[in-house]
Design a protein around this ligand. Structure first.
Ligand SMILES: C[S@@+](CC[C@H](N)C(=O)[O-])C[C@H]1O[C@@H](n2cnc3c(N)ncnc32)[C@H](O)[C@@H]1O
Length: 227
């Protein structure tokens, strides 16, 4: 049975709702800031200009723009970027959405004060992870901050060879620490819509269902900065 595999995933197919293994609206499309990112924003941890790295349909970029931040959303999926541009126009928000392969470059060197990654890093194939963190680091100004919400190994069955790739704190510190100064990696929760079905052999572990009906999955919040 075809399923989500980070090595072969077709993001346009997922965003068009035509992936046979995940029809309809992708589970991560919660239409609002991830609560962990919203909490960072309330604490004053974000500073413009902000890159929403792997922005998808732009919920994070748009929420930040609505709060007055200068925000740019980049994503490899043309379909997601089209939907994001449409949503920005409908909400009359002045934001930039562009397609980019962030495993190579963002196209913005030494530009952003903040880079936010909401559930992107764990979707990358192993051979792209280093290039992705390197390009996020290049996009930051000196002293700029990187925040990433990443599924933890507690979220899924051990040794599942499909689905997003969950991480341990040590792995995240090692990979991110090659290009940025890691300030903190702490337990966090990622909100996703509960799918009608999960593929055979796959399940959520240690999940909480919130009063909004969404699944809150064990994750890490990585905070780092550019020296
Ligand atoms: C799970 S989705 C999260 C989307 C968005 N951050 C959110 O919270 O709704 C992961 C996103 O990473 C994007 N992505 C995957 N590989 C990428 C790459 N190499 N460059 C840019 N975006 C990428 C996908 O297209 C997808 O939109």
């Amino acid at each position: 049975m075809p399923t989500f595999n980070v090595n072969t995933v077709d993001w346009d197919e997922l965003y068009n709702g035509t992936a046979s293994y995940a029809p309809g609206n992708p589970g991560w499309n919660i239409g609002q800031l991830q609560p962990e990112l919203a909490a960072l924003e309330r604490q004053g941890r974000f500073r413009s200009p902000i890159l929403d790295s792997g922005c998808g349909v732009g919920a994070t970029t748009l929420a930040l723009a609505e709060k007055g931040y200068e925000a740019v959303g980049l994503d490899i999926s043309g379909s997601a970027i089209e939907q994001a541009i449409k949503a920005a126009a409908e909400r009359n928000l002045d934001v930039t959405f562009t397609t980019a392969d962030l495993a190579t470059t963002t196209g913005y060197d030494d530009h952003f004060h903040t880079v936010v990654d909401g559930l992107v890093f764990h979707c990358l194939p192993e051979n792209l992870r280093d290039g992705y963190v390197a390009s996020c680091a290049r996009a930051l100004r000196s002293g700029g901050r990187f925040f990433a919400l990443v599924f933890s190994a507690d979220a899924f069955p051990p040794n599942a060879d499909f689905g997003p790739r969950p991480f341990s704190e040590a792995q995240l510190r090692e990979i991110v620490g090659r290009h940025l100064v890691v300030d903190e990696v702490r337990p966090a929760r990622a909100w996703v819509n509960v799918p009608a079905a999960l593929p055979d052999g796959f399940e959520y572990r240690n999940v909480t269902i919130g009063s909004d009906g969404r699944a809150q999955l064990p994750s890490f919040l990585v905070s780092a900065h550019k020296a």
